[in-house]
Design a protein around this ligand. Structure first.
Ligand SMILES: [Ca+2]
Ligand SMILES: [Ca+2]
Ligand SMILES: [Ca+2]
Length: 150
């Protein structure tokens, strides 16, 4: 079932807790489950990735205005997380999906991905609903935690 999802950017001013200013960024006709910020195009500001149905949508930030810059079709995006997997300074994207965990390698120029690959096949019995990067063993590279259920 497809649902119309409203995506909002909500500014929360720290001194005025509870007072929020919400800006409508886009309406997406898909089940949107995940969002994440990173400087995708390496221009110094944060861009927004959205998992919308089977697509990863990247909205480029230009002086605070977000516009859809790139769309990548996958077999489903249940969660996403940014992290520089290959250490080239550009944030890459991990995707938890209905049957696998995959990685999109950022080409670093704001024009797309160098490659994508599946890290782990979980099968239909274990949809991946959560992914998060962290350096678990302190060896200066990112490790990936994932949660799955069916
Ligand atoms: Ca940027
Ligand atoms: Ca990278
Ligand atoms: Ca590590």
């Amino acid at each position: 079932m497809r649902r119309l999802i409203y995506l909002l950017v909500i500014a929360v001013a720290a001194p005025a807790r509870g007072a929020v200013d919400a800006t409508l960024v886009a309406k997406i006709d898909a089940t949107a489950r995940a969002v994440g910020w990173a400087d995708w195009d390496r221009d110094g500001d944060l861009d927004l990735a959205i998992g919308a149905g089977s697509d990863v949508l990247v909205y480029r930030n230009h002086h605070g205005v977000l516009t859809l810059a790139y769309s990548t079709h996958t077999d489903g995006v249940w969660d996403l997380a940014w992290g520089d997997v290959n250490g080239d300074g550009a944030s890459d994207l991990a995707i938890g999906g209905p049957t696998s965990i995959s990685i999109l390698i950022n080409n670093g120029s704001g024009t797309g991905w160098d490659e994508s690959y599946v890290v782990m096949e979980t099968g239909a019995a274990a949809a991946v609903h959560g992914v998060a990067f962290g350096d678990v063993d302190g060896d200066q590279d990112l490790d990936l935690a994932a949660s799955a259920w069916n």
